[in-house]
Structure formats: structure tokens, C-alpha cells
Design a protein around this ligand. Sequence first.
Ligand SMILES: CC(C)(COP(=O)(O)OP(=O)(O)OC[C@H]1O[C@@H](n2cnc3c(N)ncnc32)[C@H](O)[C@@H]1OP(=O)(O)O)[C@@H](O)C(=O)NCCC(=O)NCCSC(=O)C[C@@H](O)CCCCCCCCCCCCC(=O)O
Length: 782
Amino acid sequence: MVDYSVKGQVALLEVNNPPVNALSTAVRTGLRDGIAKASKDPKVKAIIICGKGQTFPAGADIREFGQPPRAPWLIEVGDSIEASLKPVVAAIHGTCLGGGLEVSLFCHYRIAVKSARVGFPEVNLGLLPGAAGTQRLPRLVGLPVALDMITSGRHVTALDAKKYGILDELVAGDLINAAIKYAMSVVGKPLMERRLRYKQVPGADKAREVCEAAMAQVKRKYKGYEAPVECVRAVRASVDLPYADGIRMESELFKQLNASGQARAQQYAFFAERTVSRWSMPNGSYRTAKALPVKTTAVLGAGTMGTGIAVCLLSAGLPVILLEQNEKLLQNGLRTIKALMEGSVKLGKVPMEVAQKATTLLKPTLNYEDLKDVDLVIEAVFENLKLKREVFGKLDKICKPSALLCSNTSTLDIDLAATSRPDKVAGMHFFAPAYHMRLLENIYGTKTSFMVEEGANPYEIDQIMEDLGMPMGPFKVRDLSGIDIGWRITQEVAKSLGTTITKETKYLGGERYCGIGDDLYEKGRHGRKTGLGFYKYEKKGGKISTPDPDALDIIEAYRQRRGIVKCKISSQEVIERQMYSSINEGFKILEEGICTRPEDIDISWLYGFTFPKYLGGPMFYASRIGLQKVYERICYYHENFPLKQRDCKDLRRRGSSTSGVYTMYPALGVVINSYCDMTTDGGGWTWVFWEVAVDAATRCCWRSPPFFYGYVEVYGYVEVCRLCRGNDNLHLLLSNGESEMRFDMEDFNNNTRYLQYTTFTVGNETSRYLATLSGPSGNVGT
Ligand SMILES: CC(C)(COP(=O)(O)OP(=O)(O)OC[C@H]1O[C@@H](n2cnc3c(N)ncnc32)[C@H](O)[C@@H]1OP(=O)(O)O)[C@@H](O)C(=O)NCCC(=O)NCCSC(=O)C[C@@H](O)CCCCCCCCCCCCC(=O)O
């Protein structure tokens, strides 16, 4: 796993663990042994560490995180590198990430080719750099850059890394030859000053302000995610604590994060993203399919979706012909595209050069003839079957036979497009905003409005779903995508069913129909673009939403017209009805063979609905709750409400299996047992322990950090019998000696599911602590 050779007076340690040279146990052992061997060899004057194949090590081996940890620890290997009496040079190409960057920071010198990138992406896996990265990077580059890199996980170009001081030199030509030359040039120079552990963090006097600002920023930007918060804490320790204590704290926080449900979910998402790219269909797979070259494109319709799609294509550097039916709509569209491009540049999402080039790549037209040579057409006209059929008829006549004709429809049957080239016609459903969302898919939503019809308040529903981690509640999403769009879609559905929607319509196609959206539509409340929808906005097209009593009046009038008696719907029920109906649909999709793996569905949600990665996706979420429970609740809603939940045999089968544990995610380990206890120490701290057995092999245990302050949120299923038993068995108490946090538990002895949502703030500290406790098939406390 590490090839050892000596070139002249330089020992070469080449990590050889394709595809990304991950730092597995064997690699760590190889590095440790290689350093020892080179240190003993009198011929060797300097040592080089590099990667064979496509990259320098891109990090620890993520697959090892779900297994019992095995020595040598990366940090011990790093210590032996730093202690070497012969200079050690990291020669970097490809992606030097995570543990790879940590290895290089133990080396005395770092050189790289210009195309290399470095970074600490651990945060994206629900972790922090756990092999001294949080202590060493700040010592090298100062707090602002270290905090930015570690909390964002971004990849930094070699050029920037050189500017920050991470790299000592950029080299051209053959990396190994350049590294040998460089290594020989530093032989005999003092090594002490190159050992980062002895350095002070530059700008330490500003640590408090800088770290507090970073903490406030990560809480705002990565709301709900635990890892960025712990990253800031760990980096701050590089200033507040001596090196050895900082390392201990980093290691504690790493272990704590790694045992959390968020890390499991984010690591699952990492592999799921890669799994879904290995698609397979009856007539081919990713192995056999060849991509059709697309050099020129056209977008039909310059409304919200059309302009968004155009920006997406332009940002990818593709020429776009934008077609509209009249000059006024076309000019509006061009203005929107210009504004979106400028906004993307401001947010750093699109480089300035790309935006400048886009102006030359965009060609407006009113004439279908201009589309005759394009490779790809994406139609984004109104969701009206007749109109779309007309458009496809014209495109079929004008476009070259090899051109792909795609529809951005979210609901209409693509087979109805009626062209002479059905094999070149496809649905290409972009998610709004099209230039931002990475998903191009066709999944359709939940039956949210039902709940509002029964008495729930849309703003409360949004808040509950946002607290669960969705960036936007379902009603904000409806305002964003346009209430008129929803209205048009249901009109089309009704038409295709040979019926019409009236004020009295209660069922459509055998499913319950809610007409609240129709009432809003009739009042001109079409969502954000009109400044009014479920919410009120600061202006037409505005982004600042405020609850609107007028919208609530419309909803109430609707209920009265229908004779619906308003009832109270609990937060738990809101979550269940939102999530479980989607999970049920997910299983139905698997059963129907539309998707082949749960990962396909989860990735659609992560990219299409910005579902929080720390929950993994609805299918992963279901497996954490326990399919049996999910299935029981779906049955309950099916029996007690006039909802038409489609009964899914697959979920029923899995849900009624006696084990109660679904082994859908063996790679991550399945939690088979969990145990929770607490104790109060002499300092007045209440320590909460969760002990979790994973796959009967890994036992991880973590406790609440000693600096437990801030506010606590507990939500999700709480299987109370698994909670710590306090004096009166009725609450969970957390205390920091001055204040107490108390979570009252109801139905404690009934073993019933229970949702408790509480926030608690102590002093000015705004840190967030999230605790998710759940079910007998063992969900990890986080
Ligand atoms: C590197 C990439 C950018 C490459 O992208 P590309 O598109 O080219 O390729 P793919 O993404 O498709 O990947 C190809 C292939 O490789 C697999 N893979 C990629 N990275 C890894 C990896 N790090 N580990 C394993 N496998 C990996 C990928 O799955 C693909 O295979 P597949 O079969 O699925 O197709 C891109 O891949 C990328 O971004 N990778 C991730 C990079 C990353 O996140 N790196 C950081 C990893 S975490 C880390 O490094 C942590 C460190 O800080 C070290 C922590 C040390 C922990 C010490 C803990 C102390 C506590 C224990 C002590 C116990 C003692 C006690 O009890 O006291």
C-alpha cells in the first residue's frame, strides 16, 4: 500500500491505494514503517511522501469509520513524520484532502503541481479533521483562513494554497523529479521551525472576535448541522489550549461527531451520491451507454423555469438560443437572465469570466427556424398539454433528426408529445431554481394542503419542517414555484381524467382534493412573483416572506364553505404525514421499478428538495425510525383519514418483518442496540451517555461535551424507556450548575412515541445542540 524506494539520497514513500489513495490501516502502517526505514538508512538524506496514480491521499478511508478503529492512528503516523530528523517533503498532485492534507501538514515542506487542490472536506461527512488538522492549519495560516476552510470543506486551488502559506512551492513538469531536487535543497536546514506544533497561531489576540463571528456564521449558514459548530470549537482550541490539549479536544469532538446520527447520514449520502451514478436500465447501463455530444442548445419559454434553465446551461458554458412568442416576453426573459447571472457572480457561484462569456453565448429569437441546428431543446412553456403538443409538433418538423427534444414538464405524460422520434424525446424536469438545484429528475410531492384544510396553519407547518432541517417549508416552496403552476397542473390532470374542478370538488382521480390553492389563485395570489401567495412578500418577486392574515382568512373561508371543523394537529403528526407519505411513495417507486435503489430516491431529495444531508434522505430516515413503526403509522393515517395512501407491499413486507431492523445500509452498519444513561458530576454537570452497538461489533459511546451550554432541541421519536431514568422518571435534566434544562416526558411508562421540542438558552451563548433520540431498533442519540 506504500511503495518504498530510494532515488539517490532521497527515500520515496508512494502511497498506492487506488482509486484515491485513502489512508486505510494498511497505508498508515506503510507510512509509519517507511519513515522508520528511511530514518535508519544512512544513505537517505531526505524523504518524500507522494501518491501514486491520480492523487495524493484524498483522506482517511471513510469506509473504516463504521468499523472498530485500528492502530496505527493517523496522528501517531503524523507525529513520527514530524519528529523525523531528515526533512520530509509532501509532493502533492490531484486532491490532497482531509487526512491527506493532515499528513502533509506533519511534513516539514509541501510542494505541489498547479492543478492540485487541497482542503478539509470532513465537515461534509459530519466530521472535523481528526488528525491534528484543526490545531495545525491555524498555526500555519491563521484563524480566518483555517476557519473558512475547515467549516466550509471547500477545495482550495494550489495557487491560493501557496498564497495562504499552505504550500511552499508550486512546481511544473515532473513532480517527483522536482520533489527530489527540492528535498535535496533543504537538507541540512533547521527542522525545528518547520514543526507546526511549536508555532503560535498568528493573530491569536483577535481569536475571540474571529471565532465568535465564525460561530454565528456557521449557525446561520449551516443551520441544524452539528459538525461546523464543533469545527469552530476545535479550531478555537488551537489558540486557547496548549497543542497537546488541543489535540485531545479535537479527538474527543471527532469521536463524538463520528458516533452521531448526522455523521452516519452524511457518510451514507456520500456513498449514495456515487451509487446513483451507476445506473442501469433494461436497455443499458452507465457501463454501456455513450453520452450524446451536446454543443448547442435552445430553451423555449422565458418564464421562471425557462430563464433558470438558460442560466444553468450558460453557466456550463453552452450556447443557448432563447425562444419566446413575443418581443416583450423575450426582453423580460433577457433581463431576468442578466440579473440571475449577476447574482450568481456576486454569490461566487459563477466565475466572472463565465458570466461575461454567457452574454456572447445567449441568442434571443422569436423564430422557430433558428432552432434547426441545435443538439438539445428544452421546452419550458406553460404546463398545458395542448400547448406542449403544438410546440413538440413544430420542433419535430424543424429540428435536425438527431436533436434531443426535452420537456421540463413535472406532471404531463411525455409519451403524449407525439413526434416522429419518440426515442429522442424525454422529460427533463428541472427543480426551481433551475440554475441552483443539482437534480434533474421527476419526483412529485407530498399532500401537504390536506392538513391545512383540516385546521393546521401553513406557517406552523413550514416552521415544523424547517426545524426538522428543510431549508424551506412546503408552503414557501409552493409560493416559490408558483401557485398558478399548481393550478394549471391540476386543471390539466382534471382534463385528462375527463372532468372539471369546481368549488365542490373533494376527490380527483380517486384521491382527496384540496381547493385552497385554487382560492388563492383566483384572488391573484400566485406566489412570490405576485408578492402574495400563502405568504406576503416585500415586493413582487421578493424573498422576504411574512405570514399574512389575509391568506389565513381565505383558508378559513374555504373551511367554512366546506363545513370543515378546524382541529389541532400536533407537530409530530405534521412530520409524520409529510415524511411518511413521501416514504411510502418512495417504496412504491421502488416496487414499481421506477427506481432500483433507495439511494436514488434519497439523492433526489437531497438535491431536488435540499433535504438536510444530516438526515440522509427520506429512505435513510425511515430506516433509522424503523420501518415497522413507519408502516404502522401509515396504516393509522390510512384508516383514520380520508387520505388515499397507496398501500405499498414492499414497505408492508419490510415493516412487518419481526426483526424490526432493516438492513438496507449494511455499509454503514445497522444500529442493533442502544442504551442511554446519565449521571451528575461534582461540578453540577449532568452527563448524558448514549451507548450504541453497531453491527454487534462496534461499540461507540459518547457524552455531552463539558461545555454544554446554549440551547437544546430534542425532536424525533423518543422511545422513553430508553431514556435515562432520573429521580422521578419523568424528565431529562441537563444542568451546567447555574441553570437547568428540563425536558418533560409524557406517557413515560406507556412506551409510546413522543415528540418533545424545546429550546433553551443560557447567557449569550447561541450554540445549538441537537438531540435526536429514538426507537428500539436503536437510533443513535445525536
Ligand atoms: C477524492 C475525490 C475528490 C475524487 O473524486 P472523483 O470524482 O474522482 O471520484 P469519486 O468521488 O467517484 O471516488 C472514486 C471512488 O473512491 C471512493 N472514495 C473516495 N474518497 C474516499 C475515501 N476518503 N475513503 C474511501 N473511499 C473513497 C468513492 O466512494 C469511489 O468509490 P465507489 O466505489 O463509491 O465508486 C472524491 O472522491 C472525494 O471528495 N472524496 C472524499 C474526500 C474526503 O472526504 N476526504 C476526507 C475523509 S475524512 C478524513 O480524512 C478524516 C481525517 O481528518 C482523519 C481522521 C482521523 C481519525 C482519527 C480518529 C481518532 C479517534 C480514534 C482513536 C481511537 C482510540 C481511542 O479509542 O481512544
